[in-house]
Ligand binder design. Structure first.
Ligand SMILES: [Zn+2]
Length: 118
């Protein structure tokens, strides 16, 4: 109530604030509520043992996740994209290497760079 009367600067309002605030929010109601002793909970070692069926957590279930982006293909179905099985060199036409790793191409490039130093 002190805050309300402080924020409302008018003297006429300050005196009448108590009339508009509920009785349960007053200082006397607060003191009346907490006048009794609040007893602390004793240590858990002192608690009495009661034979009750032990409560277990619920069984674990895997929660739903984001759906898969790719479907599982059948064994006879062709895979989509990826690396090709047969690599053929575009320069010499031999299998199992490409133009970049071709020894013939590399030897020609090395020879041309070593012959023309500018
Ligand atoms: Zn080659």
């Amino acid at each position: 109530m002190a805050t309300i009367s402080h924020s409302c600067g008018n003297d006429q309002v300050k005196d009448r604030v108590a009339a508009f605030v509920h009785q349960s929010l007053s200082k006397s109601a607060y003191i009346l509520t907490y006048r009794g002793m609040i007893h602390l909970i004793p240590d858990q070692k002192i608690w009495l043992e009661i034979e009750v069926k032990k409560i277990l957590p619920p069984p674990f279930q895997t929660q739903p996740s984001r759906p898969k982006l790719q479907r599982n293909r059948e064994p006879n179905e062709k895979s989509r994209g990826g690396k090709s099985e047969n690599v053929v060199c575009k320069f010499c036409g031999m299998v199992e290497h490409n133009k970049r790793t071709c020894k013939i191409t590399n030897s020609i490039v090395e020879a041309s760079t070593s012959q023309s130093p500018t």
